[in-house]
Design a protein. Structure first.
Length: 407
């Protein structure tokens, strides 16, 4: 169901850091044990996932696979999410959320090892599909868990904390490869071990996973139309994140940056993602999240739209990249918190989370081609113009949605 949006609370962050803390009047208490387990678990998974993405691409390169087929194999991840995620809530209601999370962790570890055990490209498409489907289920159920464990008055903070820790996990994966290398069994074994370690907080929070007695009767389209401020936010974030990260170094080269400096620009975007999520999450607990999402879209439009103008001023250009990174990820953070605010029934929240991750994967698939096409049409600044247009599209959607809601 989609109840009316409750007013945002100005309750401060709870002083207690263990057990259950009392929530605001009329809301469930904060379950620190559950929310900590979910955040730690999915962040460890993030390290393993970010380790595997460059690892598998480099392995295919060594196998003599063309760059086109490497891209097609990688894109299978998005296809797997789109095909399988709508069924995750139904499966969780039948098996139990905790059991499905545990099965997804095991399947992710085994799939990663299978890539090394069977170095044959046709089999890798099957492995990629299974691997990505399992990871998609993990993220859907983990974010559903966090949404249900966090009281409404503090949901934005905990989503900001989750996004921050997850961003750090994503940054740590490639660093692991620097230490252990990209050849032999070691990186695969470490990746699989990380998935195994992720099961420890799940076991420690046994009995704290949310219950799903039934699945939602609504389909993905219902949740997209019922909560466009959240679902379109994550669609745009997926497109901006992957399109931006994959092509920002190329944009830097075209602006005259050296190869090392052009690659470093991506780190500035990631820095913004890490620094700004908790402050923005806290802000979302104190104001209407639809208004905040509209503001985020406007700032994103300005930050990316001003990049061509700032290209000749390195410090300003780099500051805009940090702002873009933080604001872009805020579409995910605040959108996820708004989703938990929008749907109160557990079965509907689980279905909405599945739709949310599905839209994110659609963004992953369409972002790089869109940004690449923009760069082809409008050299050298088509990169910035395309990102600004994507943010502006979200501003239009969020503005219309806010107007409808106010009426």
């Amino acid at each position: 169901m989609t109840p009316a949006e409750p007013p945002s609370s100005t309750a401060p962050f709870p002083p207690s850091l263990s057990g259950r803390s009392p929530g605001a009047a009329g809301e469930a208490p904060l379950n620190i044990r559950a929310i900590s387990a979910a955040i730690v678990m999915v962040s460890i998974v993030g390290v393993g996932l970010s380790l595997s993405i460059p690892l598998l691409s480099l392995e295919m390169e060594r196998m003599g696979v063309s760059s086109v087929m490497i891209g097609v194999n990688t894109a299978t991840a998005g296809l797997a999410a789109i095909v399988t995620l709508p069924f995750v809530p139904r499966l969780a209601a039948r098996l139990g959320v905790g059991r499905l999370i545990a099965a997804s962790i095991a399947l992710s570890a085994l799939s990663l090892l299978a890539f090394k055990a069977v170095p044959w490209l046709p089999a890798w498409f099957l492995f990629r599909f299974v691997y990505s489907a399992a990871l998609g289920a993990l993220f859907v159920l983990s974010e559903f868990w966090i949404n249900t464990a966090a009281p409404a008055s503090r949901r934005g903070f905990f989503m900001g904390l989750y996004a921050t820790v997850l961003s750090l996990g994503f940054a740590a994966g490639p660093a692991v490869l620097v230490m252990v290398g990209t050849t032999g069994w070691a990186p695969y074994a470490i990746g699989a071990l990380l998935f195994g370690v992720a099961a420890i907080p799940l076991a420690g929070a046994r009995g704290e996973t949310p219950m799903l007695e039934t699945h939602s009767r609504h389909g993905t389209l219902f949740f997209v139309l019922a909560a466009p401020a959240a679902t379109v936010a994550v669609l745009v974030f997926g497109a901006v994140e992957t399109g931006g990260f994959s092509l920002l170094p190329i944009y830097g080269l075209r602006l005259g940056f050296g190869p090392a400096d052009a690659a470093f620009l991506v780190s500035l975007v990631a820095l913004g993602s890490v620094l700004l999520q908790i402050p923005i999450g806290l802000l979302s607990d104190r104001m209407n999240r639809r208004v905040l999402l509209l503001a985020v879209g406007l700032v994103g439009t300005l930050a990316t739209g001003l990049l061509p103008w700032a290209a000749g001023t390195p410090l300003l250009f780099e500051a805009l990249l940090v702002i873009w990174g933080g604001i872009g990820t805020a579409l995910y953070t605040v959108g996820l918190a708004h989703l938990g605010e929008r749907f109160s029934a557990p079965e509907d929240l689980a279905g909405a989370n599945a739709a949310f991750i599905l839209l994110y994967n659609v963004g992953l698939m369409v972002g790089p081609p869109l940004v690449g096409f923009g760069m082809h049409l409008m050299m050298p600044h088509g990169f910035a113009v395309t990102l600004a247009l994507l943010f502006a599209l979200y501003v239009l959607v969020a503005g219309v949605r806010l107007g409808v809601a106010s009426r």
